[in-house]
Design a protein around this ligand. Structure first.
Ligand code: ZXY
Ligand code: CA
Length: 512
């Protein structure tokens, strides 16, 4: 009996760390600023068939509409209520998307903005994404409803009412983040409204949440909110399934609030991952691929089963904060494919792939003048659909990194090697490395300037394999390089640094 209770407690406490992913899939993609109608189509035509486990969507909650600057991406991080309409679509479109994605085994994770409402300077009126009235001056949000009683101002001790010093934990959590009206999450009423919002989404069929700005909320308040959440909808998930929780805590070291304060209640974004990997791939500060031998906890990261990892996100791909200049993005596409390839091949963490849109990047003295720009849009500010070209790339400035052959094929690689240990690590002491994932997959990188020519242990069964980076297996043939593994499990690998992509990956399903 005691054992049963222990098992039940253990199961419950682990639940929110489980992404509830179906069919042995292992990666999710952030379709940043995509419309619900486009996500629904993408689940059916691309994500399901290519083994993506889920999608992180942009905040579906009603937000302020900002016109100066013109419809910036961050307006969606200024909620004015929890009605489900946004520039991605209305509630019916959201429901249709969640249903259609679930029906093809692709989970939906909602970006939940629950630390704050809009900025104190947000004015009053109906300039909101569903047209609901609000008054930021009097802290009146009747569509929830929240009133001035539901905000933290009384508990904030700074002169400005804003966070002024990140070394003061109380300020960081009880004052306004860049002027955003800070919700009093210790109040039962506020917790109830937030939980109602999240439960409505769970009942519609979402599988979990990316919780925004967790550094600015007390772990105890978050835990109380999570404790009120429903189990997932049994139309698509086993009964008793808990929502997956991954919390955004930007912890690069040097602040008193750490990611570790949150790992007991859900997964946490590991921001050190992309910042450090960027340094290695760029070969900055004398870093080299060989140093990745103990990648993961060995680099001071949180435990693998607590970590949500990514090469870049919607914020740090814009160059500011949260990792800074070392972050690699689609703008450095050759390095980016290597970084994402490494992430997806390596067992550490739960992986998220970024899918971006292009903006008019204009860096003056290290600062991007246009990092605020919203998604590709029409002259009225409405978001443009994502057009798919005949070659399966995306048009209209949607980057669709998740559709790049190298990245799409590495998502499949990760699924094929799921559960296999990292083995047969090899490096040349510099920027050439290789490793296996048990006997299911093998990957080699050459980020040195010279030619690579080495005979390496692959761990794979003898045979001829198709490299899924330079090409892929199509109706039994390989459109890229072929790798011959001998009876001793070894293969001779040649990679020129002039190759389009200086890495090679093979797996059990790419055998010819
Ligand atoms: N924004 C511009 C103008 C307004 C929005 C800016 O210069 N902000 C100040 C520096 C960034 O600080 C922000 C952080 O998180 C946010 C912010 C924000 C979360 C939100 C809404 C926001 O401004 O406006 O929901 C932030 C928090 C940290 C930290 C670093 C940054 O260590 O604990 C931005 C918006 C950034 O740059 C943003 C928005 C949403 C996010 C996010 C960043 O999820 O991670
Ligand atoms: Ca707060």
């Amino acid at each position: 009996m005691k054992l049963l209770i222990l098992a039940a407690l253990f199961g419950l406490s682990l639940a929110q760390f489980d992404a509830n992913i179906k069919n042995g899939r292992t990666a999710i993609v952030h379709l940043f600023e995509w419309r619900w109608a486009d996500i629904a189509a993408e689940c059916e035509r691309y994500l399901g068939p290519n083994g993506f486990g889920g999608v992180q969507i942009s905040p579906p909650s009603e937000s302020i509409i900002v016109t100066s600057p013109w419809h910036p991406w961050w307006q969606r991080y200024q909620p004015i209520g929890y009605n489900l309409c946004s520039r991605s679509g209305n509630e019916n479109e959201l429901r249709d998307m969640i249903t259609r994605c679930n029906n093809v085994g692709v989970n939906i994770y909602v970006d939940a903005v629950i630390n704050h409402m809009c900025g104190a300077g947000g004015g009053s009126g109906t300039h909101s994404s569903c047209g609901s009235y609000f008054d930021a001056n009097s802290k009146d949000f009747p569509s929830v409803p929240y009133s001035s009683l539901d905000f933290n101002d009384g508990k904030c001790n700074t002169g400005s009412g804003n966070i002024e010093n990140y070394n003061d934990i109380n300020q960081v959590r009880n004052c306004r983040l860049v002027g955003l009206l800070d919700l009093a999450l210790e109040k039962d009423y506020v917790r109830g409204k937030v939980a109602d919002y999240m439960n409505k989404l769970i009942d519609i069929g979402v599988a979990g949440f990316r919780v925004d700005a967790c550094k600015h909320m007390w772990p105890g308040d978050l835990s109380a909110v999570y404790g009120r959440l429903h189990n997932l909808n049994t139309q698509w998930f086993p009964s008793g399934s808990k929502p997956f929780i991954f919390q955004e805590v930007i912890d690069l070291g040097g602040e008193p609030i750490t990611a570790g304060e949150y790992t007991g209640i859900g997964r946490v974004t590991e921001f050190k991952y992309g910042a450090k990997l960027g340094n290695v791939i760029r070969r900055w500060n004398g870093e080299k691929l060989a140093y990745l031998k103990n990648w993961g906890e060995g680099w001071g990261f949180m435990a693998s089963d607590k970590a949500l990892v990514f090469v870049d996100n919607h914020d740090n791909q814009r160059g500011h904060g949260a990792g800074g200049a070392s972050i690699v993005t689609f703008w450095d596409s050759r390095l980016y494919k290597m970084a994402v390839g490494f992430m997806l091949a390596h067992p550490y963490g739960f992986t998220r792939v970024m899918s971006s849109y292009r903006w008019d990047r204009n860096i003056v003295n290290g600062v991007d003048q246009n990092d605020w720009q919203g998604p590709p849009s029409n002259s009225d500010g409405s978001t443009k659909p994502v057009p798919i070209n005949p070659d399966s790339t995306c048009g209209d400035n949607w980057v669709c990194e998740h559709r790049w052959r190298q990245i799409k094929n590495m998502v499949a690689f990760r699924n094929v090697v799921n559960g296999q240990p990292l083995s047969n690590w090899w490096d040349n002491g510099s920027n050439q490395i290789s490793f296996s994932r048990g006997s299911r997959g093998f990957i080699v990188f050459n980020n040195d300037d010279g030619e690579m020519n080495a005979t390496l242990t692959t761990g794979m069964a003898a045979g001829t394999y198709c490299d899924v980076i330079s090409g892929q297996k199509e109706s039994g043939r390989c459109t890229g390089k072929e790798v011959v593994v001998g009876g001793d499990g070894r293969a001779t690998i040649r990679i020129s640094n002039l190759d389009e992509d200086p890495f090679i990956a093979i797996h059990a399903d790419s055998k010819l």
